[in-house]
Design a protein around this ligand. Structure first.
Ligand code: SPD
Length: 365
């Protein structure tokens, strides 16, 4: 009996130690942790989740009130943000989900220890990811987003009046629910009546929707864990097959300062599938090395590639293949609302530093 009591006391002691060192997250005494009051459950379409291991705990990235982004994809470097208040920290079925109010970047969404959205600089990524393919398409109507559960890319797509349907396939319902609750500045993208939400695997959805979309955008996290398949050739083949003729894909393309080999391999592997494959980038201080790129590719056919197109509203005689120039421009009213994208930024985004151009496309480009 005494042994049992001793064991129970010992277990209680360990539990207490664990609670004070991990749940308190070593934040300053002014920091409060707010757990979600409402249920974050959402219905799922056809979600086979059994392949995913339980998410790891990322509490160790919070030290003395600072969040440190340390990842295997950027060894030896780390970006840090000072935390004002942790608003949400809980594992979902797929990943660790953290939202905090930062001292200098506003609200921040972190998945599996990696910054996805900050209130201060999300505009560059979301605007460029949406408008590079959409303004390179003469008449985008049906748009598919894979990932992007925070809603920021939806917010940008909704600015295009030619678009009649915006479908989003996000695997993790908690990302949508948490964004709606804590990140309304991006999640307002879900409010547009053209948006249809599917909580399911994007690859499965595309298999069921062949030759269906004018633009497909993959707004993924980095190629670690569940997102790694999104950087492989079969996924690009699935996107290609789900595009209408002349359709365009735009995918999260990592960073030339860190992942030039990965980008080169990916572009080489998918070049035979598409009529053009290009790479653009934007600056964004809260992502590793301060910038992120986009892989942009077109499917052969009438809308883009192989036919005359109009550039900046003027009919040009020459054939335009690829997406380096916009074929439409924002209206004055839309341009006033945009904070990063302009037609000039569009063209500039495809101009790569010499080392990156050489490594990705070789010497002939
Ligand atoms: N290294 C972080 C890359 C994150 C890209 N996705 C962000 C989602 C924002 N909508």
């Amino acid at each position: 009996m005494a042994a049992i009591v001793y064991c129970l006391f010992f277990l209680l002691l360990i539990n207490h130690y664990h609670f004070t060192t991990t749940s308190a997250l070593r934040l300053p005494s002014t920091t409060t942790i707010i757990t979600p009051s409402s249920s974050l459950k959402m219905s799922t379409d056809n979600n086979n989740t059994s392949d995913f291991p339980p998410p790891a705990d990322y509490s160790h990235l919070i030290i003395d009130g600072w969040f440190h982004e340390r990842g295997t994809l950027w060894p030896g470097q780390s970006f840090a943000l000072q935390i004002k208040e942790v608003l949400y920290h809980k594992p979902s079925q797929f990943q660790d989900v953290l939202v905090f109010e930062s001292v200098s970047y506003g609200r921040v969404l972190v998945l599996d220890g990696v910054i996805q959205v900050t209130e201060r600089d999300e505009l560059s990524y979301q605007e460029m990811m949406a408008h590079l393919p959409l303004y390179a398409h003469p008449n985008p109507q049906r748009v598919l987003v894979i990932g992007g559960g925070d809603g920021g890319v939806l917010r940008e797509i909704a600015r295009h009046t030619s678009v009649t349907e915006i479908v989003i396939c996000e695997l993790d319902p908690d990302v949508i629910a948490v964004s709606k609750k804590y990140l309304p500045f991006v999640a307002k993208g879900f409010d547009d009546p053209r948006v249809k939400v599917h909580v399911m695997d994007g690859a499965q959805f595309m298999k069921e929707h062949q030759s269906s979309f004018d633009v497909i955008i993959t707004d993924s996290s980095d190629p670690v864990g569940p997102a790694s398949v999104l950087f492989e050739t079969p996924f690009y083949k699935a996107m290609h097959d789900s595009l209408r003729d002349g359709g365009i894909i735009c995918t999260q393309g990592e960073c030339v300062w860190l992942h030039v080999d990965l980008i080169q391999r990916l572009i080489k592997a998918i070049t035979p599938l598409f009529s053009s494959v290009e790479y653009a980038y934007c600056t964004i201080p809260s992502y590793p090395s301060g910038q992120i790129g986009f892989v942009i590719a077109t499917k052969k056919g009438a809308a883009v590639g192989g036919k005359k197109r109009s550039i900046d509203g003027e009919d040009k005689e020459e054939e335009v293949v690829g997406c380096k120039s916009p074929v439409r421009v924002p209206t004055e009213a839309v341009q006033k609302e945009l904070r990063y994208y302009t037609p000039e930024m569009h063209r500039a985004a495809f101009v790569l530093p010499a080392f990156a151009k050489r490594a990705i496309f070789g010497d002939d480009e």
